[in-house]
Design a protein around this ligand. Structure first.
Ligand code: NAD
Length: 360
Protein backbone atom coordinates (compact mmCIF):
# COMPACT_ATOMS: atom_id res chain seq x y z
CA UNK A 1 0.00 0.00 0.00
CA UNK A 2 1.39 3.44 -0.90
CA UNK A 3 2.00 5.69 2.11
CA UNK A 4 0.01 8.84 1.29
CA UNK A 5 1.88 11.36 3.48
CA UNK A 6 5.17 11.52 5.34
CA UNK A 7 8.05 13.76 6.43
CA UNK A 8 11.64 12.75 5.75
CA UNK A 9 14.81 14.68 6.61
CA UNK A 10 17.79 12.65 5.37
CA UNK A 11 20.95 13.17 7.42
CA UNK A 12 24.20 14.27 5.82
CA UNK A 13 26.44 11.24 5.50
CA UNK A 14 29.49 10.56 3.39
CA UNK A 15 30.02 6.85 2.91
CA UNK A 16 33.09 5.26 1.37
CA UNK A 17 32.31 1.58 0.85
CA UNK A 18 34.35 -1.34 -0.46
CA UNK A 19 37.12 -3.80 0.21
CA UNK A 20 40.36 -1.84 0.69
CA UNK A 21 38.60 1.48 1.30
CA UNK A 22 40.64 2.01 4.49
CA UNK A 23 43.34 3.20 2.07
CA UNK A 24 41.17 6.26 1.45
CA UNK A 25 41.51 7.56 5.00
CA UNK A 26 44.06 10.20 4.03
CA UNK A 27 41.83 11.56 1.30
CA UNK A 28 39.02 11.82 3.87
CA UNK A 29 41.39 13.94 6.00
CA UNK A 30 41.85 16.27 3.04
CA UNK A 31 38.09 16.38 2.44
CA UNK A 32 37.50 17.41 6.07
CA UNK A 33 40.62 19.61 6.18
CA UNK A 34 41.96 17.92 9.30
CA UNK A 35 45.46 16.72 10.10
CA UNK A 36 45.67 15.68 13.77
CA UNK A 37 43.65 12.55 14.41
CA UNK A 38 42.94 10.90 17.72
CA UNK A 39 42.63 7.16 17.03
CA UNK A 40 40.20 5.18 19.18
CA UNK A 41 39.73 1.43 19.61
CA UNK A 42 38.98 -1.15 22.28
CA UNK A 43 42.00 -2.76 24.02
CA UNK A 44 41.23 -5.95 22.02
CA UNK A 45 41.56 -4.06 18.72
CA UNK A 46 44.59 -1.95 19.68
CA UNK A 47 46.59 -3.68 16.93
CA UNK A 48 44.45 -1.79 14.41
CA UNK A 49 45.08 1.63 15.95
CA UNK A 50 48.82 0.90 16.25
CA UNK A 51 48.96 -0.01 12.57
CA UNK A 52 46.96 3.09 11.61
CA UNK A 53 49.19 5.32 13.76
CA UNK A 54 52.22 4.10 11.81
CA UNK A 55 50.44 4.67 8.51
CA UNK A 56 49.29 8.16 9.44
CA UNK A 57 52.62 9.18 10.94
CA UNK A 58 52.46 12.86 11.99
CA UNK A 59 48.75 13.03 11.12
CA UNK A 60 48.18 10.88 14.22
CA UNK A 61 47.95 13.10 17.31
CA UNK A 62 47.41 10.24 19.75
CA UNK A 63 45.94 6.82 20.36
CA UNK A 64 43.22 5.95 22.89
CA UNK A 65 42.77 2.15 22.87
CA UNK A 66 40.50 2.06 25.93
CA UNK A 67 36.94 1.97 24.60
CA UNK A 68 34.56 -0.31 26.53
CA UNK A 69 30.89 -1.22 26.16
CA UNK A 70 28.22 1.40 27.00
CA UNK A 71 30.70 4.33 27.37
CA UNK A 72 31.18 4.69 31.15
CA UNK A 73 31.39 8.40 32.05
CA UNK A 74 34.91 7.88 33.47
CA UNK A 75 36.12 6.61 30.07
CA UNK A 76 34.35 9.49 28.30
CA UNK A 77 36.05 12.02 30.62
CA UNK A 78 39.49 10.47 30.15
CA UNK A 79 39.06 10.37 26.36
CA UNK A 80 37.86 14.01 26.26
CA UNK A 81 40.82 15.17 28.36
CA UNK A 82 43.25 13.22 26.18
CA UNK A 83 41.77 14.65 22.96
CA UNK A 84 42.35 18.17 24.35
CA UNK A 85 45.81 17.37 25.63
CA UNK A 86 47.05 16.13 22.24
CA UNK A 87 45.28 18.90 20.29
CA UNK A 88 43.24 16.52 18.13
CA UNK A 89 41.23 18.12 15.32
CA UNK A 90 39.37 14.92 14.41
CA UNK A 91 38.55 11.49 15.76
CA UNK A 92 39.11 8.24 13.92
CA UNK A 93 37.04 5.55 15.65
CA UNK A 94 37.85 2.07 14.38
CA UNK A 95 35.75 -0.74 15.84
CA UNK A 96 32.18 -1.53 16.84
CA UNK A 97 29.49 0.51 18.56
CA UNK A 98 31.49 0.75 21.79
CA UNK A 99 34.45 2.43 20.10
CA UNK A 100 32.31 4.73 17.99
CA UNK A 101 30.39 5.56 21.20
CA UNK A 102 33.57 6.90 22.82
CA UNK A 103 34.23 8.99 19.72
CA UNK A 104 30.72 10.39 20.01
CA UNK A 105 31.25 11.26 23.69
CA UNK A 106 34.26 13.40 22.69
CA UNK A 107 32.49 15.01 19.73
CA UNK A 108 29.45 15.87 21.86
CA UNK A 109 31.62 18.15 23.98
CA UNK A 110 34.24 19.38 21.53
CA UNK A 111 32.35 19.31 18.17
CA UNK A 112 35.40 17.87 16.39
CA UNK A 113 34.46 15.64 13.43
CA UNK A 114 34.41 11.84 13.60
CA UNK A 115 35.56 9.53 10.86
CA UNK A 116 34.05 6.14 11.72
CA UNK A 117 35.49 2.86 10.50
CA UNK A 118 33.03 0.19 11.65
CA UNK A 119 34.19 -3.39 12.15
CA UNK A 120 30.86 -4.87 13.36
CA UNK A 121 27.31 -4.68 11.99
CA UNK A 122 25.75 -2.68 14.88
CA UNK A 123 25.15 0.51 12.83
CA UNK A 124 26.18 3.23 15.30
CA UNK A 125 28.38 4.91 12.66
CA UNK A 126 25.33 6.18 10.73
CA UNK A 127 23.42 7.66 13.68
CA UNK A 128 23.38 10.91 15.66
CA UNK A 129 22.54 8.82 18.76
CA UNK A 130 24.95 8.81 21.69
CA UNK A 131 24.86 7.01 25.03
CA UNK A 132 26.89 7.56 28.20
CA UNK A 133 26.60 5.44 31.35
CA UNK A 134 26.75 7.09 34.75
CA UNK A 135 25.83 5.49 38.11
CA UNK A 136 24.63 2.34 36.37
CA UNK A 137 22.24 4.21 34.07
CA UNK A 138 22.82 4.68 30.34
CA UNK A 139 21.48 8.00 29.15
CA UNK A 140 21.01 8.38 25.41
CA UNK A 141 20.37 11.41 23.27
CA UNK A 142 20.55 12.69 19.73
CA UNK A 143 22.84 15.43 18.41
CA UNK A 144 24.16 16.16 14.93
CA UNK A 145 27.50 16.94 16.61
CA UNK A 146 28.07 13.20 17.09
CA UNK A 147 27.00 12.06 13.63
CA UNK A 148 30.20 10.83 11.93
CA UNK A 149 31.13 13.13 9.05
CA UNK A 150 32.58 10.26 7.04
CA UNK A 151 32.17 6.50 7.32
CA UNK A 152 34.63 4.08 5.78
CA UNK A 153 33.13 0.61 5.33
CA UNK A 154 35.95 -1.80 4.56
CA UNK A 155 34.74 -5.43 4.63
CA UNK A 156 38.37 -6.62 5.01
CA UNK A 157 38.22 -5.32 8.59
CA UNK A 158 35.25 -7.56 9.40
CA UNK A 159 37.00 -10.81 8.42
CA UNK A 160 38.31 -11.14 11.99
CA UNK A 161 34.89 -10.62 13.63
CA UNK A 162 34.18 -13.97 15.32
CA UNK A 163 31.24 -15.92 13.88
CA UNK A 164 29.07 -15.58 16.98
CA UNK A 165 29.65 -11.83 17.23
CA UNK A 166 29.01 -11.49 13.50
CA UNK A 167 25.68 -13.26 13.93
CA UNK A 168 24.53 -11.30 16.98
CA UNK A 169 25.62 -7.89 15.73
CA UNK A 170 24.01 -8.73 12.38
CA UNK A 171 20.72 -9.54 14.11
CA UNK A 172 21.09 -6.32 16.10
CA UNK A 173 21.16 -4.59 12.70
CA UNK A 174 18.10 -6.56 11.53
CA UNK A 175 16.31 -5.33 14.67
CA UNK A 176 16.92 -1.71 13.57
CA UNK A 177 15.29 -2.56 10.24
CA UNK A 178 12.31 -4.39 11.74
CA UNK A 179 11.44 -1.50 14.05
CA UNK A 180 12.01 1.01 11.23
CA UNK A 181 9.35 -0.77 9.18
CA UNK A 182 6.67 -0.16 11.82
CA UNK A 183 8.03 3.13 13.23
CA UNK A 184 5.47 5.93 13.63
CA UNK A 185 7.74 8.11 11.46
CA UNK A 186 8.57 5.51 8.78
CA UNK A 187 8.49 6.65 5.16
CA UNK A 188 8.78 4.87 1.80
CA UNK A 189 12.55 5.47 1.56
CA UNK A 190 13.42 4.21 5.04
CA UNK A 191 11.11 1.22 4.56
CA UNK A 192 12.80 0.34 1.27
CA UNK A 193 16.21 0.57 2.95
CA UNK A 194 15.02 -1.45 5.95
CA UNK A 195 13.66 -4.26 3.80
CA UNK A 196 16.85 -4.38 1.74
CA UNK A 197 18.92 -4.32 4.96
CA UNK A 198 17.09 -7.39 6.31
CA UNK A 199 17.40 -9.16 2.96
CA UNK A 200 21.18 -8.55 2.74
CA UNK A 201 21.83 -9.62 6.31
CA UNK A 202 19.55 -12.67 6.18
CA UNK A 203 21.39 -13.81 3.04
CA UNK A 204 24.87 -12.82 4.19
CA UNK A 205 24.92 -13.99 7.81
CA UNK A 206 24.45 -17.73 7.14
CA UNK A 207 27.19 -17.48 4.50
CA UNK A 208 29.47 -15.79 7.04
CA UNK A 209 28.63 -18.48 9.63
CA UNK A 210 29.63 -21.20 7.16
CA UNK A 211 32.63 -19.38 5.67
CA UNK A 212 33.78 -16.50 7.91
CA UNK A 213 36.65 -15.72 5.52
CA UNK A 214 34.33 -15.18 2.53
CA UNK A 215 34.80 -11.52 1.58
CA UNK A 216 31.70 -11.43 -0.62
CA UNK A 217 29.50 -12.63 2.28
CA UNK A 218 31.17 -10.10 4.59
CA UNK A 219 30.53 -7.34 2.05
CA UNK A 220 26.85 -8.27 1.79
CA UNK A 221 26.50 -8.11 5.60
CA UNK A 222 28.30 -4.78 5.86
CA UNK A 223 26.02 -3.35 3.17
CA UNK A 224 23.04 -4.51 5.24
CA UNK A 225 24.61 -2.97 8.34
CA UNK A 226 24.95 0.38 6.57
CA UNK A 227 21.27 0.33 5.63
CA UNK A 228 20.30 -0.71 9.16
CA UNK A 229 22.28 2.13 10.74
CA UNK A 230 20.76 4.57 8.28
CA UNK A 231 17.19 3.63 9.16
CA UNK A 232 17.95 3.60 12.89
CA UNK A 233 19.13 7.19 12.46
CA UNK A 234 16.01 8.28 10.59
CA UNK A 235 13.17 6.59 12.51
CA UNK A 236 12.12 6.12 16.11
CA UNK A 237 12.46 2.85 17.98
CA UNK A 238 9.75 1.01 19.94
CA UNK A 239 9.20 -2.01 22.20
CA UNK A 240 12.11 -4.11 20.98
CA UNK A 241 14.83 -1.50 21.53
CA UNK A 242 13.22 -0.33 24.79
CA UNK A 243 13.23 -3.87 26.22
CA UNK A 244 16.86 -4.41 25.19
CA UNK A 245 17.84 -1.06 26.68
CA UNK A 246 16.10 -1.97 29.94
CA UNK A 247 17.70 -5.44 30.10
CA UNK A 248 21.14 -4.03 29.26
CA UNK A 249 20.90 -1.16 31.74
CA UNK A 250 19.37 -3.06 34.69
CA UNK A 251 21.15 -6.38 34.36
CA UNK A 252 24.20 -5.48 32.28
CA UNK A 253 23.34 -8.18 29.72
CA UNK A 254 25.48 -8.18 26.55
CA UNK A 255 24.05 -5.83 23.94
CA UNK A 256 24.01 -7.79 20.67
CA UNK A 257 23.03 -11.13 22.26
CA UNK A 258 20.12 -9.49 24.07
CA UNK A 259 18.86 -8.00 20.79
CA UNK A 260 19.16 -11.41 19.15
CA UNK A 261 17.07 -13.14 21.82
CA UNK A 262 14.35 -10.48 22.17
CA UNK A 263 13.75 -9.68 18.48
CA UNK A 264 11.50 -12.65 17.48
CA UNK A 265 9.37 -12.12 20.60
CA UNK A 266 9.06 -8.35 20.21
CA UNK A 267 8.13 -8.90 16.55
CA UNK A 268 5.48 -11.48 17.59
CA UNK A 269 4.08 -9.01 20.12
CA UNK A 270 3.74 -6.26 17.52
CA UNK A 271 2.73 -8.53 14.62
CA UNK A 272 -1.07 -8.23 15.06
CA UNK A 273 -0.76 -4.42 14.86
CA UNK A 274 1.72 -4.32 11.97
CA UNK A 275 0.66 -6.79 9.24
CA UNK A 276 2.20 -4.80 6.37
CA UNK A 277 5.55 -4.38 8.11
CA UNK A 278 5.60 -8.07 9.04
CA UNK A 279 4.81 -9.04 5.45
CA UNK A 280 7.86 -7.04 4.33
CA UNK A 281 10.07 -8.62 7.01
CA UNK A 282 8.86 -12.10 5.96
CA UNK A 283 9.50 -11.29 2.29
CA UNK A 284 13.03 -10.11 3.07
CA UNK A 285 13.70 -13.25 5.11
CA UNK A 286 12.10 -15.41 2.38
CA UNK A 287 9.79 -17.06 4.95
CA UNK A 288 6.03 -17.16 5.55
CA UNK A 289 5.98 -15.78 9.08
CA UNK A 290 8.28 -12.96 10.24
CA UNK A 291 8.64 -13.67 14.01
CA UNK A 292 9.09 -17.42 13.41
CA UNK A 293 11.56 -16.67 10.61
CA UNK A 294 13.59 -14.39 12.89
CA UNK A 295 13.72 -17.14 15.52
CA UNK A 296 14.78 -19.72 12.92
CA UNK A 297 17.52 -17.40 11.66
CA UNK A 298 18.95 -17.14 15.20
CA UNK A 299 18.83 -20.95 15.53
CA UNK A 300 20.46 -21.37 12.11
CA UNK A 301 23.25 -19.01 13.20
CA UNK A 302 23.66 -20.90 16.49
CA UNK A 303 23.25 -17.80 18.64
CA UNK A 304 21.87 -17.91 22.18
CA UNK A 305 18.06 -17.99 22.19
CA UNK A 306 17.39 -17.65 25.94
CA UNK A 307 18.02 -14.85 28.42
CA UNK A 308 18.70 -17.59 30.96
CA UNK A 309 21.78 -18.56 28.95
CA UNK A 310 23.04 -14.98 29.33
CA UNK A 311 22.92 -15.35 33.11
CA UNK A 312 19.65 -13.53 33.83
CA UNK A 313 17.65 -14.78 36.85
CA UNK A 314 13.94 -15.68 36.53
CA UNK A 315 13.33 -13.56 39.65
CA UNK A 316 14.17 -10.44 37.59
CA UNK A 317 11.37 -10.95 35.04
CA UNK A 318 8.80 -8.93 36.98
CA UNK A 319 10.99 -5.93 37.66
CA UNK A 320 12.17 -5.84 34.03
CA UNK A 321 8.52 -5.92 32.86
CA UNK A 322 7.68 -3.09 35.29
CA UNK A 323 10.69 -1.01 34.23
CA UNK A 324 9.92 -1.51 30.55
CA UNK A 325 6.48 -0.01 31.15
CA UNK A 326 7.56 2.77 33.49
CA UNK A 327 8.04 5.48 30.84
CA UNK A 328 5.46 5.45 28.04
CA UNK A 329 6.65 5.52 24.40
CA UNK A 330 5.01 5.00 21.02
CA UNK A 331 4.54 1.34 20.05
CA UNK A 332 2.26 -0.02 17.33
CA UNK A 333 0.48 -2.35 19.76
CA UNK A 334 -0.56 -0.88 23.12
CA UNK A 335 1.82 -1.86 25.91
CA UNK A 336 0.10 -4.41 28.10
CA UNK A 337 1.83 -5.63 31.23
CA UNK A 338 0.74 -9.29 31.24
CA UNK A 339 1.57 -9.77 27.57
CA UNK A 340 5.00 -8.14 27.99
CA UNK A 341 5.71 -10.29 31.05
CA UNK A 342 4.76 -13.36 28.95
CA UNK A 343 7.00 -12.18 26.09
CA UNK A 344 9.93 -11.81 28.51
CA UNK A 345 9.28 -15.24 29.99
CA UNK A 346 9.27 -16.81 26.51
CA UNK A 347 12.58 -15.08 25.79
CA UNK A 348 13.94 -16.15 29.18
CA UNK A 349 13.30 -19.83 28.51
CA UNK A 350 14.23 -19.69 24.82
CA UNK A 351 10.76 -20.73 23.61
CA UNK A 352 9.59 -20.12 20.06
CA UNK A 353 7.74 -16.79 19.72
CA UNK A 354 3.97 -17.07 20.19
CA UNK A 355 1.69 -17.00 17.20
CA UNK A 356 -0.18 -13.91 18.40
CA UNK A 357 -3.33 -12.82 16.64
CA UNK A 358 -4.94 -11.10 19.61
CA UNK A 359 -4.53 -7.37 20.25
CA UNK A 360 -4.93 -6.62 23.94
P1 NAD B 1 31.41 -3.72 20.50
O1 NAD B 1 31.82 -2.47 19.85
O2 NAD B 1 31.17 -3.68 21.98
O3 NAD B 1 32.49 -4.85 20.18
C1 NAD B 1 32.42 -6.10 20.84
C2 NAD B 1 33.82 -6.73 20.85
O4 NAD B 1 34.16 -7.12 19.53
C3 NAD B 1 34.92 -5.78 21.31
O5 NAD B 1 35.82 -6.50 22.12
C4 NAD B 1 35.58 -5.39 20.00
O6 NAD B 1 36.92 -5.03 20.15
C5 NAD B 1 35.44 -6.66 19.20
N1 NAD B 1 35.45 -6.46 17.75
C6 NAD B 1 34.78 -5.54 17.04
N2 NAD B 1 35.02 -5.69 15.72
C7 NAD B 1 35.87 -6.72 15.61
C8 NAD B 1 36.49 -7.35 14.49
N3 NAD B 1 36.25 -6.98 13.24
N4 NAD B 1 37.32 -8.38 14.73
C9 NAD B 1 37.54 -8.82 16.00
N5 NAD B 1 36.98 -8.26 17.10
C10 NAD B 1 36.15 -7.23 16.89
O7 NAD B 1 30.12 -4.35 19.83
P2 NAD B 1 28.92 -3.69 19.00
O8 NAD B 1 27.84 -4.68 19.07
O9 NAD B 1 29.38 -3.18 17.70
O10 NAD B 1 28.53 -2.40 19.85
C11 NAD B 1 27.72 -2.46 21.00
C12 NAD B 1 27.58 -1.07 21.60
O11 NAD B 1 27.21 -0.14 20.59
C13 NAD B 1 26.51 -0.97 22.67
O12 NAD B 1 26.97 -0.15 23.72
C14 NAD B 1 25.34 -0.32 21.96
O13 NAD B 1 24.50 0.38 22.84
C15 NAD B 1 26.06 0.59 20.99
N6 NAD B 1 25.27 0.93 19.80
C16 NAD B 1 24.99 2.23 19.58
C17 NAD B 1 24.26 2.61 18.47
C18 NAD B 1 23.98 4.06 18.23
O14 NAD B 1 23.35 4.42 17.24
N7 NAD B 1 24.43 4.94 19.10
C19 NAD B 1 23.82 1.64 17.55
C20 NAD B 1 24.11 0.31 17.79
C21 NAD B 1 24.88 -0.05 18.92
Amino acid sequence: MFQPSFTYSPLPARVVFGAGSLDQLSSEFRELQVSRALLISTPEQSGLTEELALRLSDQCAGVFPKAVMHVPIEVAREARAYAKQVGADCIVAIGGGSTIGVGKAIALESSIPIIAIPTTYAGSEMTPIYGITENGEKKTGRSLKVLPRAVIYDPFLTLTLPVRMSATSGINAIAHCVEALYADNANPITSMMAEEGIRSLARGLPRVADHPENLDARTECLYGAWLAGSVLAATSVALHHKLCHTLGGMLNLPHAETHTIILPHAAAYNAPATPLAMARVAMALAVDDAPQGLFDLAVRLDTPTSLEALGMQAADLDRVADAALAAPYPNPRPLQRDAIRALLEDAYYGRRPRASTVMN
